[in-house]
Write a protein that binds this ligand. Structure first.
Ligand SMILES: [Fe+2]
Length: 221
């Protein structure tokens, strides 16, 4: 099939990416550091949401990790009074600066199991959308930073490229909202995962799926 070269996504194969010389590039993305007037609450939230652990804490800073890295998230404490202007500041990401930090899970099942674990603790996503390349659940921390917990819908870049050839992404590069409870139920029913990673696969029966710009509301922005 001929590729449409006018597509908005850069089309490179896994081989191309492996071959691409970047001799001066860093070896990995290491961590994110945030300043916060509610360090304890934030530390609790991050260790819960990322199933992480505090590796260091003193009067100024808290280190949190969930893997081999000594810290993936660090929290620097700021004065309590900053919570007041912070109520307004926490909305700034809707218009300016870093929009979100994304974390990838190994499988759709792990993403959905984690959704259930967090929902049972009262932590609900603010947006659940199948972008096409990923199935994504967005959460907001107590300061208003947004985290995307996601799974890649395609195992390889080649599979992604084949999907891009369908034109679905060009027609709608935002995606289709899904209901995580419906997705969970369909997983329990044993629906093949390759079906469930398709856009529109986990919409409540009879509901018209929200897609494209219709998915953008004040809450999801
Ligand atoms: Fe993202």
């Amino acid at each position: 099939m001929k590729r449409n070269t006018a597509a908005p996504m850069i089309r490179v194969s896994s081989e191309d990416l492996a071959r691409e010389p970047h001799p001066h590039a860093p070896s990995k993305l290491a961590h994110v550091v945030m300043k916060t007037p509610r360090r304890r609450e934030m530390a609790e939230w991050y260790t819960t949401v990322l199933d992480g652990t505090v590796t260091f804490e003193d009067r100024m800073i808290t280190f949190i990790t969930y893997d081999h890295e000594h810290h993936r998230i660090a929290l620097i404490g700021t004065p309590w009074l900053l919570r007041i202007p912070g109520i307004v500041w926490s909305r700034h990401r809707k218009f300016w600066g870093v929009d979100h930090i994304a974390f990838t899970y190994e499988s759709l099942d792990k993403l959905v199991t984690n959704y259930r674990r967090l929902a049972d603790l009262g932590i609900e996503p603010v947006w659940t959308i199948n972008h096409g390349p990923t199935t994504s659940m967005y959460y907001e921390d107590p300061d208003g930073h947004r985290l995307e917990l996601q799974v890649d819908n395609f195992a390889t870049n080649e599979e992604l490229l084949a999907w891009l050839d369908s034109g679905e992404f060009e027609a709608d590069p935002i995606g289709v909202d899904f209901d995580p409870d419906v997705l969970e139920a369909r997983i329990a029913q044993g629906v093949p995962r390759r079906e469930l990673v398709k856009r529109g696969s986990a919409v409540p029966a009879g509901a018209r799926p929200r897609a494209g710009l219709r998915t953008i509301t004040w809450k999801t922005l």
